[in-house]
Ligand binder design. Structure first.
Ligand code: KE4
Length: 426
């Protein structure tokens, strides 16, 4: 008898490309069929067949307070009763803008949008409008949403100019994007020496979370900051994933780097569609309706999304929130590593704040190439074995994982015991 999950997946593929509304959900990287969820509460989710899982995806990062946090749900319900959207300014948008500016000193002005892609795309256009330059720099393995300029892979040949990494992206667009290696200081210096005065912006994940988790070397971020200042290029920190995830001061506070623009998403929407970009006032003043760089959105600053975001941003400021979150996440990665290595398995893991990376490798990768050298088949085997035991990790060896404030010792210990069974039988 086919499960409800299977039935829904078969039916969905008839009317939705791949049966999903975002490719990574399709399990293409790990094999098998995606899980259709029907309910979430705290650290747990239930699929349409009633099976429960400890959730380490948290909708790819937004759910730092876990599923259906009562205060967030209440705020959404209450706000909805007064109307879902106005397409006009509201007081709550002012409140969340002031809060973001207070929490992130590098942000003097901020613009709310509806997705991380929109925020990243707008930040790039803004940097190009502010500098009058066209070239941008991104890093292999970093993901900043699906804007044409950013769906670019390293070009062949010395020039490192980009080639499209997706059909439908014109070469003329991709050609303006230079793709470098994450943590490669000499590559940075070389390209700035060649093109520095033509580079409008560098966009980077200050902690990379889209090639699995790769931590920056301090030298790399410091050099990047110095070069952008020297050549007048806008440094954009894409903190859609790291923002309020690696700490209350985000990655920029953790690494003490002041970007010119910051892109936010995920946590700031508390699970609702909201993202933002902001930074130096003189740059943000180039945005319409004040300046010449156009950017707009029907549902930008949507009151219901703002209510979820505001409630979330207030709760994460509670004393001890990030210490507890980091401690739980570290317990998870430490425990998994100890268990695997006890059984002689090439496995390691690391955590930064409330996010983590799992690697079937002897050492923790510090570059895209090192991530690609990890044993992906071993990860896929581990993923499915854990899924069968009711633990839901990201369905890809090239994604980071997330812990919420609702994960307790019980969830962590249950996860570790499931993993130990698997490693024992490995
Ligand atoms: P959205 O457009 O998906 O809201 O944000 C794009 C984005 C931008 N910047 C960073 C650093 C991101 O991680 C993302 C989105 N992350 C992926 C998962 N790694 C979202 C999951 C998906 O694509 O379905």
């Amino acid at each position: 008898m086919t499960s409800r999950n299977q039935q829904l997946f078969e039916q969905s593929q008839k009317v939705i490309p791949g049966g999903v509304n975002s490719p990574v959900r399709a399990f293409k990287s790990v094999g098998g069929n995606p899980v259709f969820f029907q309910r979430g509460k705290g650290a747990h989710v239930w699929d349409v067949d009633g099976k429960s899982y400890i959730d380490y995806v948290g909708s790819w990062g937004p759910l730092i307070l876990g599923h259906a946090h009562p205060d967030v749900v209440k705020a959404v319900q209450k706000t909805s009763e007064n109307g879902l959207t106005f397409g006009a300014p509201t007081e709550a948008e002012l409140e969340i803008a002031e809060l973001i500016c207070n929490l992130i000193p590098s942000i003097e002005q901020v613009r709310l949008v509806s997705s991380g892609t929109e925020a990243g795309m707008s930040a790039i256009r803004l940097a190009r409008g502010f500098t009058g330059r066209n070239k941008i720099v991104k890093f292999e393995g970093c993901y900043h949403g699906h804007d044409d300029s950013l769906l670019v892979k390293a070009g062949s040949g010395a020039l490192t100019f980009g080639n499209p990494s997706s059909a439908g992206v014109p070469q003329e667009t991709a050609g303006h994007t230079i793709v470098l290696d994450y943590n490669d200081v000499s590559g940075l210096e070389e390209n700035f020496k060649k093109f520095g005065n033509e580079i409008a912006a560098v966009i980077i994940e200050p902690v990379a979370g889209n090639m699995n988790l790769v931590a920056p070397t301090p030298d790399f971020l410091n050099t990047l900051r110095a070069l952008c200042s020297q050549y007048g290029s806008v440094l954009i920190f894409d903190e859609v994933m790291t923002g309020f995830r690696v700490g209350l001061k985000c990655a920029q506070g953790r690494y003490q780097i002041k970007p010119d623009l910051t892109v936010l998403g995920k946590v700031i929407g508390g699970g609702m569609p909201m993202a933002a970009f902001g930074g130096r006032r003189e740059i943000m003043q180039c945005l319409a309706p004040v300046g010449a760089v156009y950017q707009a959105g029907t549902l930008s600053g949507n009151p219901v999304a703002v209510a979820a975001g505001l409630t979330t941003l207030k709760l994460i400021q509670e004393a001890g929130f990030y210490e507890n979150l980091a401690d739980k996440t570290h317990q998870l990665t430490n425990g998994l590593t100890a268990s695997a290595q006890k059984h002689g398995i090439d496995f390691c893991a690391q955590s930064i704040g409330g996010m983590f990376g799992l690697y079937f490798s002897k050492t923790i990768p510090a570059s895209f190439a090192e991530v690609m050298a990890c044993d992906k088949d071993a990860f896929n085997r581990f993923f499915h074995a854990m899924l069968d035991k009711g633990v839901y990790f990201a369905p890809s060896a090239f994604e980071a994982g997330f812990v919420s404030s609702m994960h307790t010792d019980a969830e962590i210990n249950d996860t570790l015991s499931a993993a130990d069974d698997i490693f024992t039988a490995w």
